[in-house]
Write a protein that binds this ligand. Sequence first.
Ligand code: PEP
Ligand code: MN
Length: 630
Amino acid sequence: MILILNKGVTAGEKEQLYDTLRSDNCLIKEIKSDEESVIGVVGKIKRDIRYYESLPGVTRVVPITKPYKLVSRELHRGPSVIHVGDVAVGGDRLVVIAGPCGVEDRKRTLEIARVVRKHGAVLFRGGAFKPRTSPYSFQGLGEEGLQILAEVRQETGMGIVTEMISTSHADLIVKYVDMVQIGARNMQNFELLKCVGRLGKPVLLKRGLSATIEEWLMAAEYILSEGNDKVILCERGIRTFETYTRNTLDLTAVPVIKKLSHLPIIIDPSHATGIREKVSPMARAAIAAGADGLIIEVHTEPDKALSDGPQSLYPEQFEKLMRDLYVIAPVVEKQLDFEYIDKSAMLRRSAQKAGEKTTEAVFNGVLGSFSHKACLHYFGAETSIENLTSFREVFDAVSACDASFGVIPVENSLTGSIHQNYDLLLEYDLKIVGELTIRIIHNLIGWETASIDDIKRIYAPPQIFDQCKAFLNENPHFDLIASKDTAASVGRVKKNNDPQEAAIASLETAALFKMTILKEGIETNPRNFTRFVVIAKEDTTSGPKNKSSMIYSVSDKPGALYETLKIFANNQINIVKLESRPVHGKPWEYLFYVDAEMNIKEGPYQKIIEEIRDKTVFFKILGNYRKGAE
Ligand code: PEP
Ligand code: MN
């Protein structure tokens, strides 16, 4: 059951309540929420729930209807984010775990680790203890395998995920592993579940070969009931009558789990299909279905693999898949972050340097805005993020080292460039160190009691009215009132307390203001994306870079711009954006902003840049970074 406490519950009342519950042998779980104080109570509850409702400090008692309690959304309404070292599973960034089925030898394992890390895996998988169908098959290297995995973590920075098959290995697992995998064959090994519940390490709980979703959630409940909340569910295919594939991937598990439980869910397309060529299509489908991540088997020579070779991807296939996922992710409002590990290390370093003052990223706007979302996608929810009230303040804060990074929008796929930020990039001496794209979905937001027909006034920034033209034209009776940003618009509707008013903003903003979505997805073109860049005083990022931005002007004579563009063309360099901006105070003189696919720090490009610079009268490099998804 769930006890909802009075707003003004006293510490004394709470203490007394806890004493009563403990003496009734209940397991107590406090749930933090801004609005209300809630405690979850599980165990064999012998008394009538009305008894608990009568206790001082309790407003209401709600029974949990499902047999699983701690994993249920009834108890914990929001999604849980599980941390495996620096990696957050269940947040805005997709988590891809990759590696061989089993740890075979040191050289091979390190070779695979380097390759999956290079292509964007953030956690490494590999079995040291293999539960094999046949006792004569490769059983894993045991502790030696764990030592190799520890070396992988040391060298690559990827956390280690490996399977535990016996409670007698608990000490070894604690010593070497970042996340413990409970394999499909052990999903109902209750002693093992209780054991990993007590270990306190994050647990990857695979679905049993023939387990129902309810049985799977009950297995997770065992782990949580031992006090370990860090459980990630993994669908890896179930037994059906179909024999073409090794198992049948139940992708419906993703939306079903998302509805029933707050725990993150990832998909294992390797064991689900058992066939290499089927792995990538199902991985793409899993991400499109809303999974929080994937666990994928990769091998540099699958033909020689000691287990599961036929389902292991070649490195090139893994690379291609990751590139595809990178493009799919923004569609489902997520990101695949190729710089995840480097960025985490960089943020940790800068937080240490800053000591107490740990504002990492700043943006312009209010919490819940798209810029806020871009910050969360790029840096993760763990980073300290602050909101400011103008773009200039963002540039000032980063210049003054009050924040390490600023996140600013530069372009929308429908309404074009945000010129103010192009001008600020020229004015300030900051570097672009990264970019990312966010899908923009607009929703009509208002009061729960309102219907679209009743709405008279709508608040939104002017460019958002532009992006929702088709919907607004269908409803010409709306009075459109321009406001500063989307969150301010929702704030206004809330403050005015008038069901005839509505605003246009994201789902997050609606949730933040506890307002209702009256209509979802009202943007005219669903391919509506905004590109953000990340600015910093200096480029401290590591990892491969493939895009550079620069600003220049050329002399006022025929062919001057062409002379510079010719150099890009002659060197087969793709210009991805060319924008001109007037020079302030000099009518009819222009600056050109060029984004090109090149790493200007790489030897041959340095020479090309010098050649271009020679043809200009003003030249400034804005940055060199990794290209975001398109
Ligand atoms: C594995 O991940 O290598 C494995 C044995 O998986 P499952 O338990 O899903 O069969
Ligand atoms: Mn395997």
